[in-house]
Design a protein around this ligand. Structure first.
Ligand code: SF4
Length: 199
């Protein structure tokens, strides 16, 4: 099956930037070795350039949003992500980033500042109300990831107009109401997600 660099769900066009990630979420199709999401094969055997994506996006105004969300963590390829986002904004589109919120932790700098003006909305996978539950479901390879994700959420509204934390209903020991409380305490919105629903 052909590799999928961009794919459409509803009114949105999605950008599949990488298969890399510092988490290994037990509920992720990647962890379960299943690269097929909807009808798309999101497995990548190389890291395509920004121009390869830009050529495939077309006119960003044709879509409700251009969403960075694939079979890995988009901010692992932050330079490519920013280059594509700049193209989208220069051409009148709207951008959303779906992320694990670990970009600052990984890159050891405030990447949010680079996103200002280029990313309109960010959706951060909080996934759990405590470090223990987070570790159980997300299996982070970087120490301190849970706290780093919360710090990212707290800082994000300074740079990005719409900031939403998410958690998945129905995972063992995940208290979605508590996650919502934490999000509200950090000054960001919250959205409950459902297992295996992409977007
Ligand atoms: S952060 Fe996203 S891509 Fe990475 S393992 Fe978790 S669900 Fe999969």
């Amino acid at each position: 099956m052909k590799q999928t660099l961009v794919y459409d769900i509803g009114e949105n066009r999605y950008i599949n930037l990488t298969n890399s990630c510092t988490l290994k979420c037990r509920f992720c199709p990647k962890t379960q070795n299943n690269p097929i999401v909807h009808q798309y094969n999101l497995g990548l055997d190389k890291n395509p350039s920004a121009s390869e994506y830009i050529d495939l996006i077309g006119d960003p105004k044709q879509f409700n949003e251009i969403v960075f969300c694939g079979f890995g963590e988009p901010t692992m390829r932050i330079e490519v992500l920013l280059e594509i986002a700049e193209f989208v904004k220069q051409n009148g589109g709207r951008t959303r980033l779906n992320t694990d919120g670990l970009a600052n932790h990984l890159h050891k700098r405030n990447v949010l500042a680079d996103m200002e003006g280029l990313i309109d909305a960010v959706s951060v996978s909080m996934n759990a109300q405590s470090e223990n539950v987070y570790k159980k479901h997300c299996q982070p390879s970087l120490e301190g990831s849970f706290k780093a994700m919360l710090d990212f959420l707290k800082m994000a509204p300074e740079y990005i107009p719409e900031v939403t934390a998410t958690a998945i209903e129905g995972l063992e020991d995940v208290d979605v109401d508590k996650c919502r409380e934490i999000a509200e305490g950090l000054g960001v919105s919250f959205r409950k997600r459902y297992l295996d629903v992409v977007g």
